[in-house]
Design a protein around this ligand. Structure first.
Ligand SMILES: [Zn+2]
Length: 158
């Protein structure tokens, strides 16, 4: 079976000519040219290699290699790589540390929840302070208009 990546489906057809999508702006170059970093899937607490939904459009890097190393351009090449000793060793090491990674994940999740609660409390406090500020501004405005009108109110009848 021939592997066809879904990005090839985005090719436009204009006047019976196929036009490849262009990514020429500096921003899109930056975004589209960076290789994707491969992530194994976690099944029943065990990390396993997956070949589903891999994106080779900008290349695929594997974390088992040092940074700046090989970038895979197609599924068959990457599939072969996952059978090598280095990749298998990396996956085993990942599974050895899976429990630690999971407990770290739980810790970070708790931290995120605490931060969210603090954010909510601070947002509520801010809303209260804004309300108080508006009330004080209205008082100041009332006092200012009273003091402006004061001399005319204090005219003495002779
Ligand atoms: Zn690898």
């Amino acid at each position: 079976m021939k592997y066809i990546h879904k990005s090839t489906l985005h090719i436009h057809k204009y006047k019976n000519t196929y036009i490849m999508p262009s990514f020429t702006s500096p921003l899109t170059d930056e975004v589209f040219c960076r290789p994707v970093v491969y992530k194994p899937i976690l099944v029943d607490g065990v990390y396993r290699d997956t070949f589903v939904n891999l994106n080779f459009r900008d290349g695929l890097k594997c974390p088992c290699m040092a940074t700046g190393q090989k970038v895979w351009q197609n599924l068959s090449g990457f599939r072969t790589h996952t059978k090598c000793a280095k990749h298998q060793g990396w996956l085993m090491e990942l599974n050895r540390n899976a429990a630690d990674i999971y407990s770290r994940y739980v810790e970070l999740q708790e931290l995120a929840d605490q931060r969210a609660q603090i954010n909510t409390r601070l947002e509520n406090e801010l809303a209260v302070y804004k309300l108080r500020c508006e009330m004080l501004e209205r008082h100041i405005h009332d006092i200012q208009s009273l003091t402006q009108n004061l001399p005319s109110m204090m005219t003495i009848d002779e």
